[in-house]
Write a protein that binds this ligand. Structure first.
Ligand code: AMP
Ligand code: MN
Ligand code: MN
Ligand code: MN
Length: 274
């Protein structure tokens, strides 16, 4: 059974609606899907019609910080009857995201990019504003040649638009997921560009807070990285998780279900759910 535990829709920075995401997942043989929009939770109970097409695992991707860096923690399989904790956490994050968008816009305007807030707001089309919406606006306005240049120059890790003041500490994200009966998974560890020593320190902390899984395969992640991360997960007694991190058809992870398969020598995260 193909299980994709990381995907995005227009509720956050994905390019397809939740309906389209589910259709694309079915077309790509995904039988079990977690919709993990940034800082928003999705339960099957929100849209019962989806469950007629595939199994929906409740999901979210929470923004948080650890050692002054932005980290993403996936929350998987929260229980609908315990949803209060995760919903409260997400509503605080949504407010933080709104404040952060104003701060990012202010910083970009100081660099001469006028109208940044309204530009990003328009790109978000009613969904939650994120850095990709600023990036897309910057491309359209001619300030940069593509999204990747926007992140490289202005929005990526350590750049002026990488505003993390609104994100809670990782321990709060893990606690909210656990309080709702969910499974916290450290998302895409390789994207943080940490030394192996720092990565081990992060995983040690994550585990001691109640973290339970490591996302060892994110999109078409090279097989050697998947193998390395699985070894780490095994050493720390964490289960392993995989997902496409699908954001839309014209993006690098261009289809739901598109990711390097989980290796055989780890404990798949869903074994914790039986
Ligand atoms: P935010 O949630 O507002 O902090 O924005 C982070 C999101 O930006 C990630 O989830 C990705 O979807 C996207 N992103 C990060 N780095 C890049 C990049 N270099 N190029 C394009 N999109 C990126
Ligand atoms: Mn994203
Ligand atoms: Mn992420
Ligand atoms: Mn993601």
């Amino acid at each position: 059974m193909l299980t994709d535990l990381h995907s995005h829709s227009t509720r956050s920075d994905g390019r397809v609606s939740p309906d389209e995401l589910v259709s694309l997942a079915v077309q790509n043989s995904v039988a079990r899907l977690a919709m993990t929009d940034h800082d928003l939770v999705f339960f099957a109970e929100y849209e019962p019609s989806f469950s007629l097409m595939l199994e929906i695992i409740s999901g979210t991707e929470l923004s948080c910080t650890w050692a002054k860096q932005t980290i993403h923690v996936l929350g998987l399989n929260m229980h609908y009857d315990k949803r209060e904790a995760i919903e409260q956490h997400c509503s605080a994050l949504s407010e933080g995201r709104e404040k952060r968008a104003l701060i990012i816009a202010d910083k970009l305007e100081k660099l001469g990019m006028l109208g940044a807030y309204n530009g990003a707001l328009e790109q978000a089309e009613g969904g939650q504003i994120g850095r990709p919406h600023f990036a897309r606006w910057m491309v359209n306005a001619g300030y940069v040649k593509d999204m990747s240049a926007a992140f490289k120059k202005y929005l990526g890790q350590g750049k002026v638009g990488d505003v993390k003041s609104e994100w809670p500490h990782i321990s709060e994200a893990v606690a909210a997921i656990r309080a709702s009966g969910g499974t916290p998974v450290l998302a895409h560890p390789k994207q943080y560009r940490m030394t192996n020593t720092k990565m081990r320190a992060l995983i040690t902390d994550f585990k001691s807070m109640g973290g339970q899984g490591l996302e060892v395969s994110n999109g078409y992640q090279p097989a050697d990285q998947v193998a390395y991360l699985t070894t780490l997960a095994n050493q720390f007694g964490l289960a392993i998780s995989a997902g496409s991190d699908f954001h839309g058809p014209a993006t690098p992870y261009h289809r739901p279900g598109g990711f390097t398969p989980l290796p055989e020598n780890g404990t798949p995260i869903w074994e914790l759910w039986n």
